[in-house]
Design a protein around this ligand. Structure first.
Ligand code: UD1
Ligand code: UDP
Length: 361
């Protein structure tokens, strides 16, 4: 049997690496299809190198575009490549447009699918990712969840228990694997005490109004602690127009590779973000995290981790409190099964499924 992984964007690579490794250890034949949704070296190649991912068997070179254009190109490219390779199972990750397109293509071709990171819900359909999550989960044959509340959301939506597996968080597997390599000394010109900011959600960066409100709050934080800001290409122009540029207390840099970025985060006194994955990584590393969003699909990072949701207006005061409180985590205990062994768990379920067995959840 053949398993294909469809990957397209930065967070997909981080989640897939432990699953690919787990399947390798079980001798399962597999290959990666890279859709090319992310294509800059610092958004893609560096992750394959840092995470030890094998070369993709195909790169569709889909690139950027409106949702319709990008998704259309993904559908056409994926249909052809999936028909050529005739996989027995296609594994998709997270909530990006490549994930949505792969699940639709496979559903129409009658090819079974597995979704890693199933059941996350922000209950905010204004987020493109929420739409992708709902469609992906409703069409998947195997659903791998990172946290217990995901199982209950899926059950509410009518997903049979037999399809769901609570396996923990493969993104945390990648972080565990990288821990020995993390060292802020890898990075040049970083202040001794600093915060990190990453911002790329459309609701925060796509309009001049939202960008201006956010940047003014971030600049206020930079007057409390120097900030390093590795900038996602999506927000680069808009945030710069709004005034997020190098200056006293603020260093705007290119996106960082995986090991460099986590080295920066591990040494930080504070993280300001709107990323999904970074909420989880700061939880694991015990670094205070302020998420500039009205909601999160990862509430466990608030109840069990270091994460707090804030509005731009509340950000400066929240930063000052987080800096005063330091790294103490509220619950002090990592979420269940965030233990670095999620990849092998997923691999075992997949290998059994390929033999026609359903490992009980
Ligand atoms: C995508 C995901 C988002 C995820 C993020 C991770 C969707 C709908 N969104 O958002 O959930 O959090 O990836 O990083 O799938 N660009 C480059 N170089 C690249 C890739 C993108 O310059 O290598 C620029 C292009 O101008 C592009 C813009 O970034 O138009 C947005 O890229 P896109 O893939 O559409 O979405 P992201 O914002 O990256
Ligand atoms: N990341 C990185 N370099 C950066 C910013 C983020 O390596 O400059 C990593 C981060 O550690 C996490 C993943 O990229 O593993 C998260 O991706 P992103 O924030 O782009 O997407 P999201 O999680 O919001 O979908």
């Amino acid at each position: 049997p053949l398993v294909l992984h469809v990957l397209g964007a930065r967070p997909n690579f981080v989640k897939a690496a432990p699953v690919v490794r787990g399947l390798d250890e079980l001798g399962v034949r597999q290959g990666i299809i890279h859709t090319g949704q992310h294509y800059d070296a610092l958004m893609s190649d560096v992750f394959f190198a840092d995470l030890g991912l094998p070369e993709p068997v195909a790169n569709l070179g889909v690139g950027s575009g409106t949702h319709a254009k990008q998704t259309a190109a993904l559908l056409v490219g994926l249909e052809e490549v999936v028909e050529t390779h005739e996989p027995d199972l296609v594994v998709v990750y997270g909530d990006v447009n490549s994930t949505l397109a792969a699940i639709l293509v496979c559903a129409k071709l009658g090819i079974p699918t597995a979704h890693v990171e199933a059941g996350l819900r922000s209950f905010d359909r204004g987020m493109p990712e929420e739409v992708n999550r709902i469609v992906t989960d409703s069409l998947s044959d195997l659903l791998f969840a990172t946290s217990p509340e995901a199982l209950s959301y899926l059950a509410t939506e009518g997903v049979p228990a037999a399809k769901m597996h609570l396996v923990g968080n493969p993104m945390i597997d990648s972080l565990f694997a990288a821990l020995p390599s993390l060292d802020a000394a890898r990075l040049e010109g970083i202040p001794a005490r600093y915060g990190v900011a990453t911002l790329h959600r459309p609701a925060n960066v796509d309009t001049p109004e939202a960008a201006a409100e956010l940047v003014s709050a971030v600049l206020e934080v930079s007057r409390q602690i120097p900030l390093v800001v590795p900038i996602h290409p999506r927000g680069r122009a808009r945030l710069a127009e709004a005034g997020l540029v190098d200056g006293p207390g603020i260093k705007v840099i290119d996106p960082l590779g995986y090991v460099d970025f986590l080295s920066l985060v591990k040494g930080a006194a504070l993280v300001v973000t709107d990323s999904g994955g970074v909420q989880e990584e700061t939880t694991m590393l015990g670094v205070p995290c302020l998420t500039v969003r009205p909601n999160t699909e990862r509430p466990i990072t608030v109840t069990h981790g270091t994460n707090r949701l804030v509005t731009p207006a509340a950000l400066p005061a929240a930063a000052s409190k987080a800096l005063a409180d330091g790294a103490s985590t509220p619950a002090g205990e990592l979420p269940v099964l965030w233990d670095g062994a999620s990849g092998p768990r997923i691999a075992r379920v997949i290998a059994a499924w390929l033999k026609g067995e359903n490992l009980s959840p």
